[in-house]
Design a protein around this ligand. Structure first.
Ligand code: G16
Length: 544
């Protein structure tokens, strides 16, 4: 089996997952990587974003769970649970017999497309509701290399996952229950304990506040109608693409300016005026509803700014945070806007590698309340995953504050081919700062000096574990940064992510087009890394 330690689980084309025993090997290797009490007699959640192949995968995992001695499996109706809802279910749901879940298989390839020729994915979340830490994913990977057999209760009949209710079976290891429950109830209850729903309802009923929400045919649709329409009284016409589909309607369920085209057009981006007045506020989610994109009328809020804005206003805006923030955290490539807020509010601050799992330890130790990533993820310690609907609820309250705070611009670029050679070159280059500066000055004399370069390494302050090779950073004297790292979520080939950031102190310059403003740094990044030489590309495949 291929290496499965991606940024968040195993993601491959459906045809790869359909190979004999492929999914089975991953599932058995996961059971074998967990301590026995988390499997035998335990309660497991199995659900996901509903993409193609999920229904088959659920039946396989249920049968394997029974054979491995699992006592009960909880499944969201029709196999649907968003990634944040899975986290909420693990942490909050109590079964009719008082049972609590000890983990979950989440079936999703996140923002990657779905369908017979597209992507499927699976990851395991632990009893704290967060993604398995590296120690566990490393064990899973090692097991996949040596696995000789898997256990499966072939005789167990398929379970009807469309009907709510508990079905009991006589499994090979004794009684085995499958509990199919409503996908939204636990999550909605949690949201109501965090936000002041009455105030949001008042805001949404104001004729001055118009919004639209695009689920890109992902699982967010199952929550959007329930929360925005049924609970908060919004017009159904505010929802776009909110029917979950196995192939996401043929689209790419990635909430960014490239793929959420319909929403971007409706919000009037890039137009100074339009025939139809755009709504005041827009948001989108990815396939499994953990990522989010926030837009204002004719403007885009970068995810890096979102987390800074959330942190800056959390205590005043959200009842859940009324007693203060324990600390804040961002992933390394996320812009330093949050650092500015943390300094200003005198908050504990952490910079972690890419991957939501790194925030979980900080939250469990009571060190962090709000965190975020440039890859369209924001969240808090209410669960242990990033949370697209939470972010959208927050943003509708915080929107009025947005326009004044955006000061940092970021940009991301993708390419394929020879990514590893390019990274090896950059690792070598970063160790010689005078040489780096000589090259930079030769490319653009108007760009600031590089004062520090390194390959990012993280020592977890809670458990002391060390994560190496987390990307290469070039830090400039004026606060600008260039970061290069390999993506860990693609299902094929290799993708380089290039993050370009510039701090702008002058408020009169903050409205500039980010591509224009960043042009000198883009030139430096492409030439310094010999991008064209290594990859044959002189421009990115996607800019977000
Ligand atoms: C996953 C992780 C995120 C991480 C992202 C990075 O997101 O959950 O914490 O920021 O991957 O992606 P890449 O490695 O491609 O840059 P998701 O939404 O894909 O599960």
């Amino acid at each position: 089996m291929a290496k499965n330690r991606g940024t968040s689980g195993l993601r491959k084309k459906v045809k790869v997952f359909k190979q004999p025993n492929y999914l089975h090997n991953f599932v058995q290797s996961t059971f074998d990587a967990l301590s026995a009490d988390k499997v035998r007699g335990a309660t497991l959640v199995v659900s996901g974003d509903g993409r193609y192949y999920s229904k088959d995968a659920i039946q396989i995992i249920v049968k394997m769970a029974a054979a491995n001695g699992v006592r009960r499996v909880w499944i969201g109706q029709n196999g649907l649970l968003s990634t944040p809802a899975v986290s909420a279910v693990i942490r909050e749901r109590v079964g009719a017999d008082g049972s609590k879940a000890s983990g979950a298989f989440i079936l999703t390839a996140s923002h990657n497309p779905g369908g017979p020729r597209e992507d499927f994915g699976i990851k395991y979340n632990m009893e704290n509701g967060g993604p398995a830490p590296e120690a566990v994913t490393d064990r899973i990977y090692e097991n996949t290399k040596t696995i000789k057999e898997y256990l499966i209760a072939e005789d167990l009949p398929d379970v009807d996952i469309s009907a709510i209710g508990i079905t009991s079976f006589e499994g090979p290891e004794g009684q085995f229950d499958v509990d199919v429950f409503d996908s939204a109830t636990d999550y909605v209850k949690l949201m109501k304990s965090i936000f002041d729903f009455q105030s949001i309802q008042k805001l949404l009923s104001s004729p001055k506040f118009t919004f639209c929400y695009d689920a890109l045919h992902g699982v967010a649709g199952a929550y959007a109608k329930r929360i925005f329409v049924e609970e908060l009284g919004a017009e159904e016409s505010s929802l776009m693409n909110c029917v979950p589909k196995e192939d996401f309607g043929g689209g790419h369920p990635d909430p960014n300016l490239t793929y959420a085209k319909e929403l971007v057009a409706r919000m009037g981006l890039g137009k100074s005026s339009s025939h139809d007045e755009p709504p005041e506020f827009g948001a989108a989610a990815d396939g499994d509803a953990d990522r989010n994109m926030i837009l204002g009328k004719r403007f885009f809020v970068t995810p890096s700014d979102s987390v800074a804005i959330i942190a800056a206003n959390a205590v005043q805006a959200i009842p859940y945070f009324s007693s203060g923030l324990k600390g804040v955290a961002r992933s390394m490539p996320t812009s330093a806007a949050l650092d500015v807020v943390a300094k200003h509010l005198n908050l504990k601050f952490f910079e972690v590698p890419t991957g939501w799992k790194f925030f979980g330890n900080l939250m469990d130790a009571g060190l962090c309340s709000v965190c975020g990533e440039e890859s369209f993820g924001t969240g808090s310690d209410h669960i242990r995953e990033k949370d697209g609907i939470w972010a959208r609820l927050y943003a509708s309250i915080g929107l009025s504050m947005v326009a004044t705070i955006i000061r940092v611009m970021t940009m991301r670029m993708l390419t394929q081919l020879q990514a590893k050679e390019l990274m090896a070159y950059l690792v070598q280059l970063q160790s010689d700062l005078p040489e780096v500066n000589k090259i930079v000055k030769g490319i653009r004399s108007d760009v600031a000096k590089v004062i520090h370069a390194d390959e990012f390494e993280y020592k977890d302050p809670v458990d002391g574990s060390i994560s190496k090779h987390q990307g290469i950073r070039y830090l400039f004297e004026d606060g600008s940064r260039l970061v290069f790292r390999l993506s860990g979520t693609g299902s094929e080939g290799a993708t380089i992510r290039l993050y370009i950031e510039q701090y702008e102190k002058d408020p009169s310059k903050t409205g500039r087009d980010s591509q224009d403003a960043l042009a000198p740094l883009v030139e430096v990044a492409l030439k310094l890394s010999k991008m064209e030489e290594f990859t044959g590309r002189s421009a990115p495949t996607v800019i977000t």
